[in-house]
Design a protein around this ligand. Structure first.
Ligand code: F6P
Length: 328
C-alpha cells in the first residue's frame, strides 16, 4: 500500500513527530509512505517526496513541519479538487493521511467522499476540533504562553501596570483560558463569554482595591467586548486602549502572535503526536478509514470525518470560573 501524507493549514509543534511515527510504524506494517509538500497545494501540483525511516530522523524535536504547509485556496475550487484527485490516481496513492486543523480535516472528508481512503490527524494550536480532547501543538503553545506571561509579570509588577496579552485561537478561547489559568492571569477574556469593557475595568479596579498593584489580562484574539465595536482594532488593542484611556492604571499591550506556533514540541505533544501518527496508519491496516484519530481521556479513539463539523469547543465553563476564583 502506498499512502500519501501531508500537513496543512497553520503549522503546530508536533506535526513532525506525527509524520515520523506514521512513516516508521507504517513501514513496520508494510506500507510505503509518500510525503506531499505544502499540503493540498502539493497534492494539486504533484509535489511528492519519498519517505523512509531515515528521511524522518532527527525531526521529533523540531517545531513547524518539514513537509511545509499551506492554506490552499485552489483546493476549494472544483478545478483544484480535480487536479488533486488526478495526482492521487497518477501517483498510485491508495490512501491519504491529513494532519491539520478544521479546514484541513474538511479537505480530508472531501477526499474520503470521493473514494480516497483518508485518515485525519488533529493538529492545531487552537484546540477547536470536535472529538479530541487535545490536538497536536496545543500543549507546546500553552507552555509558550505561560513562559511569556512569567516574563511579562516581572515588568508588570515592577512598573505596577496592567498588561493586556493577546493570544491566538481564532474563534476559540482555549489558549487564553488555559494559558491564563496556568500563567496566573487576573482576567481571562474569551469569545465564548462576552464581557463589557466597563466590567473589565471594574475587575481591574477591584484588584487594585484588594492591594494588587498590577494586572495581567489575557485576551483571546476572537474576543469581542459586549456592546463595543472593534473598528478594525485587534481584541487586545480594544481592551488595552480602554483601560489606558480610563486613567485608572497605566496599561501596555503585548500581542504574542506567531511566537505561539513555533518552538520545539513539549514532551506531551511528542507523545500525543507519536500515538496519533501510529494510530493513523493502523486505520489503513484495519481497513477503517474515513475517520480522524483522536484523544479521549487517555485513550486514542477514532471519530468519523463526517462528524467533525460539530462544535469543537473545548471550553469548560467550570475552568473559566476557576481561573477567576484563583486570581482573587
Ligand atoms: O489556526 C491556527 C492559527 O494560529 C490561529 O490561532 C490564528 O488565528 C491563525 O492560525 C493565523 O493564521 P496565519 O498564520 O495564516 O496568519
Amino acid at each position: 500500500m502506498r499512502i500519501g501524507i501531508l500537513t496543512s493549514g497553520g503549522d503546530s509543534p508536533g506535526m513532525n513527530a506525527a509524520l515520523r511515527a506514521a512513516v516508521r510504524v507504517g513501514a513496520g506494517l508494510g506500507f510505503e509512505l509518500v510525503g506531499i509538500r505544502r499540503g493540498f497545494t502539493g497534492l494539486i501540483e504533484g509535489d511528492l517526496i519519498p519517505l523512509d525511516n531515515r528521511a524522518v530522523g532527527g525531526i521529533i524535536e523540531r517545531g513547524g513541519t518539514v513537509l511545509y504547509t499551506a492554506r490552499s485556496k485552489a483546493f476549494l475550487t472544483p478545478e483544484g479538487q480535480e487536479r488533486a484527485l488526478a495526482t492521487i490516481a497518477d501517483e498510485g496513492l491508495d490512501g491519504l493521511i491529513v494532519i491539520g486543523g478544521n479546514g484541513s480535516l474538511k479537505g480530508a472528508r472531501f477526499l474520503e467522499e470521493q473514494g480516497v481512503p483518508t485518515v485525519g490527524v488533529p493538529g492545531s494550536i487552537d484546540n477547536d476540533i470536535y472529538g479530541t480532547a487535545m490536538a497536536i501543538g496545543v500543549d507546546t503553545a500553552l507552555n509558550t504562553v505561560v513562559d511569556c506571561l512569567n516574563k511579562i509579570r516581572d515588568t508588570a509588577l515592577s512598573h505596577e501596570r496592567a498588561f493586556v496579552v493577546e493570544v491566538m485561537g481564532r474563534k476559540s478561547g482555549y489558549i487564553a483560558l488555559m494559558g491564563g489559568l496556568a500563567g496566573g492571569a487576573e482576567i481571562v477574556l474569551i469569545p465564548e463569554v462576552p464581557v463589557s469593557l466597563g466590567k473589565i475595568l471594574g475587575q481591574v479596579d477591584e484588584g487594585l482595591k484588594k492591594g494588587k498593584h498590577h494586572s495581567i489580562i489575557v485576551v483571546a484574539e476572537g474576543f469581542s467586548p459586549k456592546g463595543a465595536l472593534k473598528e478594525g482594532k485587534s481584541a487586545g488593542r480594544v481592551v488595552s486602549d480602554f483601560l489606558e484611556e480610563s486613567g485608572e492604571i497605566e496599561t501596555r499591550l503585548t500581542i504574542l502572535g506567531h511566537l505561539q506556533r513555533g518552538g520545539s514540541p513539549s514532551a506531551f505533544d511528542r507523545i500525543l503526536a507519536s500515538r496519533l501518527g501510529a494510530a493513523a496508519v493502523q486505520q489503513f491496516k484495519d481497513g477503517k478509514t474515513g475517520v480522524m484519530v483522536a484523544l479521549s481521556g487517555s485513550k486514542i479513539v477514532t471519530v468519523p470525518l463526517d462528524e467533525l463539523d460539530r462544535d469543537g469547543s473545548n471550553i469548560d465553563l467550570e475552568v473559566y470560573r476557576l481561573a477567576y476564583a484563583v486570581a482573587t
